[in-house]
Design a protein around this ligand. Structure first.
Ligand SMILES: O=P(O)(O)OC[C@H]1O[C@H](OP(=O)(O)OP(=O)(O)O)[C@H](O)[C@@H]1O
Ligand SMILES: NC(=O)CC[C@H](N)C(=O)O
Length: 496
């Protein structure tokens, strides 16, 4: 993870890591707006651990706190929450996809415009962000960050539309890629989801006041009710009226397209207790395990998950196969997610810090090891070795998603294609040999679709965004097509 230096703060589209996503939260009309936002962000922490920010509006002025680090590192301080006064607040937890981990890129981003102040927060990644940025800069724009999200602020500033919400709509209509966004003006809280609906965004309600957030787990933590998903291509504008009531206006500026939510939300990103696209994530992961047991059975003594990601699928596999589920690997919870570390060397070390074998279960056993996904294979190699050292007789790996062949450009930021295990090896047998397992099988794409949506993939009109597995990108990839042209831009060194 880069913390402050600009040699990492560039515009390269591919790096070595498979990043998380971001999480967004916003609330209007509640006296404890900032505290609710801090709690919501805490529930969304799994979506991004680099930085967290909150912006509030107290009727007179906007207040902002943006910090590198975890929500709990900063927003548990009562004085800090006290300073974020006002009944409207929004926040963001970040995992960078465009622009490094430096303070200037921490969201929400804020700008003072002709129409008043506006703050924006973004989960996703624009596939024409660098292209638009170059256009804006040549037109005189002065960029303060290296994040793709800032482009939206410039487009709002330049829009000829009259109201701030119309300007926001005008701005996002020019953007392509994946985005779930929240924006806040002096009077309005706005939520928007890209036309394909790649990233999730839900609407909730607490004491009659609207809330928007990336996942329902952020509603649960504050005791808010789930109202509905923000639809793909929808912009919802909430405004406090003089009598204290809140108007809610739904607009559909984009041409209607079928929704294609990203399958990786179900495979890995979303919290298991969240309801994403109307489906309980835990249940979809269990289904993946059930389908995997049907597709790739094996004779074994125990089903062992790679915790935490592999646990729900392992429960499903065990139930379907009749092989007992055991916690054969114990996870140290004081280590974060491992595939987000910057270098392969540190990653390898991280896996050891994180998992240890439970010898009492493993010794002398034929193990079916279940993981949710294999990206580079780092985790699998280490864990197989660890299980063998703990005395496992056989180790059979079963992966609850298909092989990953393609990079992501919508907010996950997968490693270069040549670092993906499936691209580095000709055959399944080669992969298995590299990992050191006795056998290796992946869930089929139809098995994954069935687990999530109950139907096989409709190849003519796929129900989900699944480019990691299929190479079928639901939007143009303009920045990728012009990749070489964006690499070097001068930037001020330092953290601010
Ligand atoms: O093949 P690799 O490059 O090693 O990446 C894949 C691994 O990374 C993820 O787990 P992560 O370490 O993020 O932990 P989690 O399951 O606890 O979230 C995923 O669940 C796999 O175990
Ligand atoms: N992972 C994300 O959703 C990142 C949002 C935005 N593209 C950023 O880099 O800040």
């Amino acid at each position: 993870m880069n913390t402050c230096f600009d040699d990492h703060d560039d515009f390269s589209l591919d790096d070595d890591t498979l990043h998380e996503e971001c999480g967004v939260f916003g609330v209007l009309g509640h006296p404890d707006a900032a505290a609710l936002t801090a709690l919501g962000l805490h529930a969304l922490q799994h979506r991004g651990q680099e930085a967290a920010g909150i912006v509030s509006y107290d009727g007179q002025q906007f207040r902002s706190e943006r910090h590198l680090g975890l929500v709990g590192d900063h927003y548990t301080d009562p004085a800090m929450l006290e300073s974020l006064r006002g009944s409207m607040a929004m926040g963001h937890v970040r995992y960078s996809t465009t622009g490094g981990t430096v303070l200037r890129n921490v969201q929400p981003l804020f700008a003072e415009l002709g129409v008043g102040g506006i703050a924006i927060a973004h989960n996703g990644n624009f596939t024409n962000g660098l292209f638009m940025r170059r256009k804006l800069i040549s037109d005189g724009a002065i960029c303060q960050s290296t994040s793709d999200t800032e482009v939206v602020l410039h487009l709002i500033a330049r829009s000829r539309a009259k109201t701030s919400s119309d300007r926001f709509i005008d701005a996002i209509s020019q953007m392509e890629g994946g985005y779930s966004m929240i924006a806040m003006t002096r009077t309005k809280l706005i939520a928007a989801r890209d036309p394909t609906g790649i990233r999730p965004l839900v609407m909730g309600e607490l004491d009659g006041k609207p809330i928007f957030c990336s996942e329902t787990c952020a509603l649960d933590i504050i005791g808010a009710k789930f109202v509905r998903d923000v639809e793909n291509g929808e912009v919802i504008i909430c405004e406090e009226q003089p009598d204290g009531s809140i108007s809610i206006d739904s607009r559909k500026p984009a041409l209607k397209q079928p929704e294609r939510l990203c399958l990786f939300e179900y495979v890995y990103f979303a919290r298991p207790d969240s309801i994403v696209g109307g489906r309980n994530v835990y249940q979809t992961r269990k289904n993946m395990g059930i389908n995997l047991a049907q597709e790739a059975p094996v004779k074994a003594d125990v089903v062992v998950p790679v915790p935490d990601g592999g646990t729900p699928a392992a429960i499903g596999y065990a139930q379907e196969s009749g092989i007992p589920f055991e916690l054969g690997i114990i996870r140290n919870h004081y280590v974060g997610r491992t595939f987000i570390e910057p270098t392969q060397q540190i990653r390898a070390f991280g896996v050891k810090l994180k998992h240890s074998a439970n010898r009492a279960v493993i010794s002398g056993a034929r193990v079916v090891l279940i993981d949710d996904s294999i990206v580079r294979g780092t985790t699998s190699v280490k864990i197989v070795q660890m299980l063998r050292e703990a005395g496992a007789k056989e180790v059979h790996i079963r992966v609850a998603s298909p092989m990953i062949y393609y990079s992501d450009f919508y907010g996950i930021d997968t490693p270069d294609r040549d670092k993906l295990l499936a691209n580095n090896h000709e055959t399944l047998a080669d992969m298995c040999k590299f990992i050191g397992a006795d056998s290796l099988e992946f869930l089929s794409i139809d098995g994954l679709y069935m687990a999530v949506g109950g139907e096989k993939r409709n190849n003519a009109l796929p129900q989900f965004t699944d480019h990691q597995f299929t190479g079928d990108y639901p939007t143009r990839l303009l920045d990728k097509e012009h990749e070489g042209e964006f690499s070097k831009i001068e930037l001020l060194a330092g953290n601010g």
